[in-house]
Design a protein. Structure first.
Length: 279
Protein backbone atom coordinates (compact mmCIF):
# COMPACT_ATOMS: atom_id res chain seq x y z
CA UNK A 1 0.00 0.00 0.00
CA UNK A 2 1.44 3.32 -1.05
CA UNK A 3 1.89 6.02 1.52
CA UNK A 4 -0.66 8.81 1.16
CA UNK A 5 0.66 12.05 -0.26
CA UNK A 6 0.87 15.12 1.95
CA UNK A 7 -1.77 16.79 -0.24
CA UNK A 8 -4.26 14.01 0.53
CA UNK A 9 -3.48 14.22 4.24
CA UNK A 10 -4.10 17.96 4.34
CA UNK A 11 -7.27 17.55 2.27
CA UNK A 12 -8.56 15.10 4.87
CA UNK A 13 -7.80 17.64 7.59
CA UNK A 14 -9.72 20.36 5.73
CA UNK A 15 -12.80 18.19 5.20
CA UNK A 16 -12.62 16.81 8.75
CA UNK A 17 -12.34 20.29 10.28
CA UNK A 18 -15.27 21.48 8.17
CA UNK A 19 -17.47 18.61 9.39
CA UNK A 20 -16.48 19.34 12.98
CA UNK A 21 -17.31 23.00 12.42
CA UNK A 22 -20.78 22.10 11.13
CA UNK A 23 -21.43 19.92 14.18
CA UNK A 24 -20.26 22.60 16.63
CA UNK A 25 -21.81 25.69 15.03
CA UNK A 26 -25.00 24.33 13.47
CA UNK A 27 -25.91 21.50 15.85
CA UNK A 28 -24.27 21.67 19.29
CA UNK A 29 -24.36 25.44 19.76
CA UNK A 30 -28.05 25.97 18.82
CA UNK A 31 -28.98 23.05 21.08
CA UNK A 32 -26.89 24.45 24.00
CA UNK A 33 -24.97 21.19 24.09
CA UNK A 34 -21.49 21.23 25.65
CA UNK A 35 -19.58 18.12 24.55
CA UNK A 36 -16.23 18.86 26.16
CA UNK A 37 -13.08 20.17 24.54
CA UNK A 38 -12.27 23.76 23.65
CA UNK A 39 -15.40 23.81 21.49
CA UNK A 40 -17.44 23.19 24.64
CA UNK A 41 -15.74 26.09 26.39
CA UNK A 42 -16.45 28.23 23.31
CA UNK A 43 -20.17 27.41 23.48
CA UNK A 44 -20.25 28.37 27.19
CA UNK A 45 -18.36 31.62 26.50
CA UNK A 46 -20.77 32.53 23.73
CA UNK A 47 -23.76 31.97 26.02
CA UNK A 48 -22.30 33.95 28.92
CA UNK A 49 -20.47 36.79 27.17
CA UNK A 50 -21.43 36.60 23.49
CA UNK A 51 -17.89 35.77 22.34
CA UNK A 52 -17.85 34.22 18.81
CA UNK A 53 -17.04 30.51 18.70
CA UNK A 54 -14.05 30.91 16.37
CA UNK A 55 -12.48 33.59 18.57
CA UNK A 56 -12.61 31.51 21.76
CA UNK A 57 -11.30 28.46 19.90
CA UNK A 58 -8.35 30.46 18.56
CA UNK A 59 -7.59 32.34 21.79
CA UNK A 60 -7.50 29.21 23.95
CA UNK A 61 -5.33 27.28 21.51
CA UNK A 62 -2.61 29.92 21.09
CA UNK A 63 -0.98 29.40 24.53
CA UNK A 64 -1.34 25.64 24.15
CA UNK A 65 0.57 25.71 20.86
CA UNK A 66 3.30 27.90 22.33
CA UNK A 67 3.72 25.44 25.21
CA UNK A 68 3.61 22.44 22.87
CA UNK A 69 6.22 23.92 20.56
CA UNK A 70 8.49 24.55 23.53
CA UNK A 71 8.03 21.10 25.09
CA UNK A 72 7.52 18.85 22.05
CA UNK A 73 8.97 20.62 19.04
CA UNK A 74 7.64 21.85 15.70
CA UNK A 75 7.28 18.41 14.10
CA UNK A 76 4.71 17.36 16.70
CA UNK A 77 2.40 20.33 16.20
CA UNK A 78 2.73 21.11 12.46
CA UNK A 79 -0.37 19.26 11.27
CA UNK A 80 -2.26 19.95 14.46
CA UNK A 81 -1.66 23.69 13.95
CA UNK A 82 -3.09 23.43 10.44
CA UNK A 83 -6.11 21.45 11.70
CA UNK A 84 -6.78 23.98 14.46
CA UNK A 85 -6.61 26.90 12.02
CA UNK A 86 -9.00 25.06 9.67
CA UNK A 87 -11.46 24.43 12.50
CA UNK A 88 -11.38 28.07 13.63
CA UNK A 89 -11.80 29.17 10.00
CA UNK A 90 -14.76 26.81 9.59
CA UNK A 91 -16.42 28.24 12.69
CA UNK A 92 -15.88 31.73 11.27
CA UNK A 93 -17.13 31.20 7.69
CA UNK A 94 -19.99 28.76 8.23
CA UNK A 95 -23.36 30.54 8.21
CA UNK A 96 -25.44 30.73 11.35
CA UNK A 97 -28.28 28.24 11.50
CA UNK A 98 -29.68 25.27 13.35
CA UNK A 99 -30.21 21.92 11.65
CA UNK A 100 -32.33 20.24 14.31
CA UNK A 101 -32.64 22.58 17.28
CA UNK A 102 -36.14 21.36 18.16
CA UNK A 103 -35.00 17.77 18.75
CA UNK A 104 -32.12 17.56 21.21
CA UNK A 105 -31.82 13.79 20.84
CA UNK A 106 -31.30 14.06 17.07
CA UNK A 107 -28.87 16.91 17.72
CA UNK A 108 -26.84 14.66 20.03
CA UNK A 109 -27.03 11.69 17.66
CA UNK A 110 -26.28 13.32 14.32
CA UNK A 111 -23.97 15.91 15.83
CA UNK A 112 -21.96 13.03 17.28
CA UNK A 113 -21.93 11.19 13.95
CA UNK A 114 -20.86 14.23 11.91
CA UNK A 115 -18.28 15.32 14.47
CA UNK A 116 -17.06 11.73 14.83
CA UNK A 117 -16.43 11.41 11.09
CA UNK A 118 -14.61 14.74 11.06
CA UNK A 119 -12.55 13.87 14.13
CA UNK A 120 -11.68 10.48 12.67
CA UNK A 121 -10.47 12.06 9.42
CA UNK A 122 -8.20 14.42 11.37
CA UNK A 123 -6.90 11.65 13.65
CA UNK A 124 -6.32 9.43 10.61
CA UNK A 125 -3.45 11.65 9.48
CA UNK A 126 -1.88 11.87 12.96
CA UNK A 127 -3.23 15.32 13.75
CA UNK A 128 -5.65 16.80 16.28
CA UNK A 129 -7.56 20.06 16.45
CA UNK A 130 -5.62 21.16 19.52
CA UNK A 131 -7.67 21.94 22.60
CA UNK A 132 -7.99 19.36 25.34
CA UNK A 133 -6.16 16.77 23.19
CA UNK A 134 -3.02 18.87 23.26
CA UNK A 135 -3.52 20.02 26.85
CA UNK A 136 -3.78 16.38 27.91
CA UNK A 137 -0.56 15.57 26.07
CA UNK A 138 1.20 18.46 27.82
CA UNK A 139 -0.08 17.41 31.25
CA UNK A 140 0.94 13.82 30.60
CA UNK A 141 4.52 15.00 30.13
CA UNK A 142 4.47 15.82 33.86
CA UNK A 143 2.06 13.13 35.10
CA UNK A 144 3.50 10.15 33.27
CA UNK A 145 1.60 7.59 35.39
CA UNK A 146 -1.65 8.73 33.73
CA UNK A 147 -2.50 8.13 30.08
CA UNK A 148 -3.53 10.92 27.71
CA UNK A 149 -6.97 9.33 27.38
CA UNK A 150 -7.46 9.36 31.16
CA UNK A 151 -6.44 13.01 31.42
CA UNK A 152 -8.75 13.93 28.52
CA UNK A 153 -11.67 12.22 30.24
CA UNK A 154 -11.11 14.35 33.35
CA UNK A 155 -10.76 17.59 31.35
CA UNK A 156 -13.82 16.92 29.18
CA UNK A 157 -15.79 15.82 32.24
CA UNK A 158 -15.06 19.16 33.93
CA UNK A 159 -16.14 21.06 30.81
CA UNK A 160 -19.39 19.06 30.52
CA UNK A 161 -20.00 19.74 34.22
CA UNK A 162 -19.47 23.47 33.61
CA UNK A 163 -21.91 23.24 30.72
CA UNK A 164 -24.48 21.63 33.03
CA UNK A 165 -24.28 24.62 35.38
CA UNK A 166 -24.96 26.99 32.47
CA UNK A 167 -27.46 25.06 30.33
CA UNK A 168 -28.86 22.57 32.84
CA UNK A 169 -28.48 18.87 33.51
CA UNK A 170 -30.86 17.90 30.70
CA UNK A 171 -28.56 19.23 27.96
CA UNK A 172 -25.49 17.78 29.70
CA UNK A 173 -26.96 14.27 29.70
CA UNK A 174 -27.66 14.49 25.97
CA UNK A 175 -24.12 15.76 25.50
CA UNK A 176 -22.90 12.42 26.85
CA UNK A 177 -24.71 10.70 23.96
CA UNK A 178 -22.88 12.96 21.51
CA UNK A 179 -19.53 12.27 23.19
CA UNK A 180 -20.17 8.52 22.98
CA UNK A 181 -21.05 8.78 19.27
CA UNK A 182 -17.94 10.83 18.52
CA UNK A 183 -15.69 8.27 20.24
CA UNK A 184 -17.29 5.27 18.53
CA UNK A 185 -17.47 6.80 15.04
CA UNK A 186 -13.95 8.22 15.08
CA UNK A 187 -12.47 4.99 16.45
CA UNK A 188 -14.43 2.96 13.92
CA UNK A 189 -13.25 5.14 11.06
CA UNK A 190 -9.61 4.88 12.10
CA UNK A 191 -9.56 1.19 12.99
CA UNK A 192 -11.94 0.20 10.19
CA UNK A 193 -9.50 1.47 7.59
CA UNK A 194 -6.66 -0.46 9.19
CA UNK A 195 -8.43 -3.75 9.94
CA UNK A 196 -7.30 -6.80 8.00
CA UNK A 197 -8.03 -10.51 8.18
CA UNK A 198 -5.68 -13.33 9.12
CA UNK A 199 -6.29 -16.88 8.00
CA UNK A 200 -4.91 -20.23 9.12
CA UNK A 201 -5.44 -22.94 6.51
CA UNK A 202 -4.96 -26.65 7.17
CA UNK A 203 -5.14 -28.74 4.03
CA UNK A 204 -3.42 -31.65 2.29
CA UNK A 205 -3.34 -29.44 -0.81
CA UNK A 206 -1.32 -26.71 0.89
CA UNK A 207 1.16 -26.34 -1.97
CA UNK A 208 -1.52 -25.64 -4.58
CA UNK A 209 -3.32 -23.23 -2.26
CA UNK A 210 -0.10 -21.40 -1.37
CA UNK A 211 0.87 -21.03 -5.04
CA UNK A 212 -2.56 -19.63 -5.88
CA UNK A 213 -2.38 -17.09 -3.02
CA UNK A 214 1.08 -15.98 -4.15
CA UNK A 215 0.26 -15.77 -7.87
CA UNK A 216 -3.40 -14.77 -7.98
CA UNK A 217 -3.57 -12.49 -4.94
CA UNK A 218 0.05 -11.33 -4.77
CA UNK A 219 -0.03 -11.93 -1.03
CA UNK A 220 2.64 -13.53 1.10
CA UNK A 221 1.93 -16.84 2.76
CA UNK A 222 3.89 -18.73 5.42
CA UNK A 223 3.96 -22.50 5.91
CA UNK A 224 3.97 -23.67 9.53
CA UNK A 225 4.57 -27.22 10.77
CA UNK A 226 1.66 -28.64 12.74
CA UNK A 227 0.47 -31.97 14.15
CA UNK A 228 -3.07 -33.27 14.07
CA UNK A 229 -3.65 -34.64 17.56
CA UNK A 230 -6.62 -36.80 16.52
CA UNK A 231 -4.77 -38.47 13.63
CA UNK A 232 -1.33 -38.04 15.22
CA UNK A 233 0.03 -37.08 11.81
CA UNK A 234 2.22 -34.26 10.61
CA UNK A 235 0.42 -31.39 8.88
CA UNK A 236 1.37 -28.22 7.07
CA UNK A 237 -0.58 -25.14 8.06
CA UNK A 238 -0.63 -21.98 5.95
CA UNK A 239 -0.78 -18.54 7.51
CA UNK A 240 -1.55 -15.36 5.59
CA UNK A 241 -2.94 -11.87 6.14
CA UNK A 242 -5.21 -10.20 3.59
CA UNK A 243 -7.42 -7.12 3.42
CA UNK A 244 -11.09 -7.41 4.34
CA UNK A 245 -12.23 -7.33 0.72
CA UNK A 246 -9.76 -10.07 -0.25
CA UNK A 247 -11.07 -12.64 2.22
CA UNK A 248 -13.79 -13.74 -0.24
CA UNK A 249 -11.18 -14.44 -2.93
CA UNK A 250 -9.10 -16.38 -0.40
CA UNK A 251 -12.07 -18.57 0.50
CA UNK A 252 -12.72 -19.25 -3.19
CA UNK A 253 -9.12 -20.32 -3.73
CA UNK A 254 -9.16 -22.70 -0.76
CA UNK A 255 -12.53 -24.15 -1.79
CA UNK A 256 -11.31 -24.69 -5.35
CA UNK A 257 -8.42 -26.92 -4.30
CA UNK A 258 -9.82 -28.49 -1.12
CA UNK A 259 -13.50 -28.09 -0.15
CA UNK A 260 -12.73 -30.03 3.05
CA UNK A 261 -9.92 -27.71 4.18
CA UNK A 262 -10.02 -26.40 7.73
CA UNK A 263 -9.83 -22.59 7.73
CA UNK A 264 -9.72 -20.18 10.68
CA UNK A 265 -10.32 -16.49 9.92
CA UNK A 266 -10.04 -13.68 12.48
CA UNK A 267 -9.70 -9.89 12.61
CA UNK A 268 -6.32 -8.17 12.74
CA UNK A 269 -6.34 -4.64 14.14
CA UNK A 270 -3.26 -3.37 12.29
CA UNK A 271 -0.68 -4.74 9.88
CA UNK A 272 2.61 -3.02 9.12
CA UNK A 273 4.81 -3.98 6.21
CA UNK A 274 4.79 -4.47 2.45
CA UNK A 275 1.31 -4.45 0.99
CA UNK A 276 -0.23 -2.89 4.10
CA UNK A 277 0.65 0.16 6.23
CA UNK A 278 4.19 1.46 5.82
CA UNK A 279 6.28 2.08 8.91
Amino acid sequence: MKRRSAAVDYALIVVGALLMGVAIKNIYDPANMVTGGVSGVAIIAKELWGVPLWLTNTALNIPLFIAAMYLMGWTFIKRTLFATVMLSLSLYILPEGAFMQDDIFLSALFGGIISGVGTGMVFLVSATTGGTDMLAALIQKRLKHYTIAQIMQVLDGLIVLAGATVFGLHAALYALIAIFCVAKISDGLIEGLKFSKQAYIISDHFREIADAILNEMSRGVTGLPARGMYSNSEKNMLFCVVSKKEIVQLREIVSRFDPRAFVIVSDVREVFGEGFIEY
